[in-house]
Design a protein around this ligand. Structure first.
Ligand code: ARG
Ligand code: ZN
Length: 881
């Protein structure tokens, strides 16, 4: 634990490393509490840093140093300097040399889950971002690339499976017969954050993939014994990802084997270690009985994401951690495109945009806002954010929108050709698109350095005599932490103009046809002049969500209804419904604030009914129409003096009104969309279940005895986890005997299943009922709960703080106090997870004054605590600032 106040690292201070490490030989002898790591490094001075005669300073934390030698000669104490975080060699040879270091680490005691740790008796590792320094002393930075040969040794009984990056060279039993070893070699130079090992008693499912050039790759997914069948969907997803990357981007896999291992305790979703991806088991294991359609979908997309990193992240990595979006934003874009191709592109876009707004827009609107390429950090793990990932993906998407599909592909080809084997930068990435297309992206690059969500204020003026429609758009860039004023951005706006019958009018911008429908907003205020417009049009702006911005456009109810009914861009048809719903909800909250009874929503409900009725639309899409904006979306739109209790009340009232108004339609959907035939996780069947469950939700909100009975029956007769979990959450949200019966049944069925039981925890933590906080306090004492298991913490503490706005934001502040206690306890165990949990308080300033004061007190209690980790220190400082 670092006691001093952690200091920030700045992008402007980047310098190439003074030394390079070309080859790494590791010999790791796995023992539960005392694992020996012998490292042999081929070191030389970096020719790009000549003249900087600096001592070699290696990173290392939580290590027990046993020996060091240079070119075989052991070093004496006076030849090096050791601190809690560094090992500095005072004298090194001027030419290349070999450095031998032996360290010991304790996997069993490692609860921060960085470096080598044990999860469920399995040895595994997590090195991104800076975990390798918890294994051995090293230049732990992504611009130091080496080839690795790794020898692993362990007890055969405890770890019959031994895996590392690359291809297997050799394996054998050691004299005595109780221990064995395996030697793995990865021929591709890589940064140490991509290093990984696994040792354990695991069961594989295997398959092969034939690449486009005809090579066979052995694929394996390792899971707990007895759970092999649940890895089939992940394997299927992997093969489809490999094929897709060949077809869409011309990228072929480059080793003889590709292994995936599922572990129970993992800080994030998954990790793209070269040839050896390690996954949180909840993102591998799935069967119809155990996993919801959302989980099937998430598995498909995360398996693809980690696989796609092989090119965008591994073959081309990042020069430094400020460039994180270079691999993450791009790889999210790629996995989104994959899902769009495998499923419905429109529905995928809706899901992605919904997630972006809920998580990233909220982040960008508060104290944790930061540019997609940050300029400084205290703890890099705090920057694995929705901004770097999801907004980062939107920036790549905008480049594709500006250049068109072919231009984008040419830029990507150039990027792979020019930078294969490099540790690259965002600037170099963008330059590839400029060079391939001739388009100047210098103004566009502001998207990487300016934080915040731009607001577009749009106005359409129609001149009936001239038949001209003038669309005036202004961009407003609000200040964000450290960025009081901003330059205008380059914002691609895809748009259409709808005639009175709802059809698209031909677009003529300044007299010329606008074929792709994309205009570029580059000034603070700009007017786009459309000619030959026969009648007053209704604008459909930001089709397909062509830029991550908020748009304000004064539309009458009639105009909103026209877009909802007939916009040719289905994304925008959904967006119109969503905006209409949000506007209705914001108005009801206003009415409730002034003590009035609200009667908003009838008109919206009817418009929604006619949009959903259209059975030419696919069920998954109709399900998205039926989902109202969430309470946190409404809170974000209101923006200040938010009373979460009123938002909750308005939300419940609108749900009920829609349920009542559309009752017969919803009942029909509920009946017609029932599963026919055996379960299949494909997008179409999932879409039918989604529509049926969306109808069920609204019917349940109506709350008649028949509705409650239907809900209880839905739970009782469910033949898959999608339906069962959906009913469980709704029941837990209502309470009463039906809820108790369902929760008890669920517990009895899944008590022994480490993954599935999290649904039981989360359903209770998310209940908006008054008793939830006491229930949550009981749950963290439950024998199946543990603060050392990130999935459990996320299921209970995370769900309560991030997905239960009304109970977390209790007016008495008890929700905040509970979170504070958990963050302080967690910080001693796993700082990364503690910092994540604390992030749920980021929107505290937008609350009404009473809750705001309570939240501030909770945050100050954390700020005052002694020996905080840098992770929590950084978040609490930024959130309070
Ligand atoms: N690179 C991983 C992914 O997005 C995320 C791992 C981040 N881990 C961490 N401890 N920060 O696929
Ligand atoms: Zn990633």
């Amino acid at each position: 634990m670092k006691l001093e106040t952690a200091r920030p690292v700045h992008l402007k201070d980047y310098r190439p490393p003074a030394y390079l490490i070309d080859r790494v030989n590791l010999d790791i002898s796995l023992e539960p509490t005392r694992t020996r790591v012998h490292s042999k490094l081929a070191v030389r001075a970096n020719p790009k840093a000549v003249g900087r005669r600096e001592p070699l300073r290696l990173d290392g934390e939580h290590l027990e140093l046993a020996s060091i030698a240079i070119d075989g000669r052991p070093l004496a104490k006076k030849d090096y300097k050791l601190t809690d975080t560094t090992l500095t060699l005072t004298k090194t040879p001027s030419g290349p040399f070999t450095l031998d270091i032996t360290t010991f680490v304790n996997p069993e005691a490692n609860k921060a889950l960085q470096g080598i740790y044990r999860s469920n008796k399995v040895y595994c590792s997590q090195c991104e971002a800076e975990g390798f320094r918890r294994i051995t002393y090293f230049l732990d930075r992504p611009d130091v690339l080496a080839t690795y040969t790794v020898r692993l040794e362990a007890d055969i009984a405890a770890a019959p499976i031994l895996l590392a990056n690359g291809n297997l060279l050799e394996r054998g039993t050691l004299p005595g017969g109780s221990r064995h070893y395996a030697i793995w070699r990865d021929p591709h130079p890589k940064p140490c954050y991509l290093f990984a090992i696994v040792g354990g008693n695991l069961a594989p499912i295997s398959s092969t993939f034939r690449t486009m050039s005809g090579r066979n790759v052995d694929l394996a997914i390792y899971v707990e014994h007895g759970k092999e069948a649940r890895a089939a969907w992940a394997m299927d997803s992997l093969k489809r990802s490999m094929k897709w990357d060949e077809e869409r981007f011309g990228r072929e896999y480059d080793l003889d084997v590709f292994n995936i291992v599922a572990v129970s305790d993992f800080n994030m979703g998954a990790m793209e270690n070269k040839g050896l991806n390690i996954f949180n088991d909840r993102l591998i294991l799935a069967s119809p009985e155990t996993a919801t359609d959302a989980i099937f979908e998430a598995i498909e997309s995360v398996v693809a994401h980690e696989y796609f990193h092989n090119w965008t992240g591994n073959r081309i990595t990042c020069r430094d951690w400020f460039q994180l979006c270079l691999k993450e934003g791009l790889t999210v874009y790629r996995d989104q495109e994959f899902s769009a191709d495998e499923r419905s592109a429109t529905v995928q876009r809706i899901i992605d945009v919904r997630g972006l707004k809920t998580h990233q827009f909220a982040e960008d609107a508060g104290p944790l806002a930061h540019p997609v390429r940050p300029e400084s950090y205290i703890e890099i793990n705090n920057f694995y954010t929705a901004t770097v990932y999801e907004k980062g993906a939107e920036l790549v998407r905008m480049i594709a929108t500006i250049l068109g599909r072919d231009g984008f592909r040419q830029g990507m080809d150039l990027y792979f050709e020019r930078h294969d084997g490099d540790a690259a930068t965002v600037d170099e990435f963008v330059t590839c698109f400029e060079d391939a297309s001739g388009v100047d992206l210098s103004q566009f690059k502001l998207w990487y350095s300016q934080a915040g969500t731009p607001e577009l204020i749009a106005n359409l003026r129609y001149d009936k005599d001239k038949k001209v429609a003038n669309l005036e758009v202004e961009q407003i860039l609000a200040p964000t932490p450290g960025q009081p004023s901003k330059k205008p951005m380059h914002i691609p706006i895809r748009l259409g103009l709808l005639g009175a019958n709802g059809h698209d009018l031909d677009l003529r911008l300044d007299g010329k046809p606008l074929e792709d429908g994309v205009v570029s907003l580059t000034k603070r205020k700009q007017t786009f002049r459309f000619s030959d417009v026969p009648s007053r049009p209704v604008p459909s702006l930001l089709r397909g969500f062509s830029a991550p911005v908020n748009v304000t456009l004064d539309l009458s109810d009639e105009d909103a209804e026209l877009l909802m009914a007939s916009d040719s861009d289905l994304f925008n048809r959904w967006q119109a419904a969503n905006t209409y719903a949000a506007r209705t909800l914001v108005e009801s909250v206003k009415a409730l604030t002034t003590g009035k009874r609200t009667n908003q929503g009838l008109r919206f409900a009817r418009a929604l009914g006619s949009a959903v009725q259209d059975d030419k639309l696919e069920p998954a899409y109709r399900a998205e129409l039926l989902k109202l904006p969430t309470q946190s979306d409404i809170a974000r739109i209101i923006g200040k003096n938010v009373d979460p209790a009123l938002v909750h009340r308005a939300h419940r009232q609108l749900m009920k009104l829609v349920g009542k108004t559309l009752g017969p339609l919803l009942e029909d959907l509920y009946r017609d969309m029932a599963d026919r035939g055996p379960f299949s996780p494909d997008a179409e069947s999932a879409g039918r279940r989604a529509l049926r469950n969306a109808a069920l939700t609204l019917l349940a909100a109506r709350g008649t005895p028949t509705d409650v009975a239907r809900l209880a029956q839905h739970y009782g007769t469910a033949t898959n986890m999608t339906d069962r979990a959906h009913a469980l959450f709704l029941l837990a949200g209502r309470g009463g005997t039906e809820a108790k019966v369902a929760l008890d049944d669920f517990y009895a069925t899944w008590e022994k299943d480490n993954v599935v039981i999290d649904t039981w925890f989360a359903a209770q933590a998310q209940s908006p009922l008054a008793g939830t906080l006491s229930r949550v306090k009981a749950l963290i004492k439950h024998p199946l709960f543990s603060l050392t298991a990130p999935n459990k913490v996320r299921a209970v503490v995370g769900t309560f703080a991030a997905a239960n706005p009304v109970q977390f934001n209790r007016p008495d502040g008890a929700g905040y106090a509970f979170l504070t206690d958990q963050v302080l306890a967690l910080d001693k165990i796993n700082p990364q997870i503690a910092a994540r949990m604390l992030g749920t308080l980021r929107s505290w300033r937008a609350l009404e004054s009473g809750r705001r004061a309570k939240a501030r007190k909770a945050l100050q209690r954390i700020a005052r605590a002694k020996s905080l980790s840098p992770d929590v220190q950084e978040i609490v400082l930024r959130v309070l600032e």
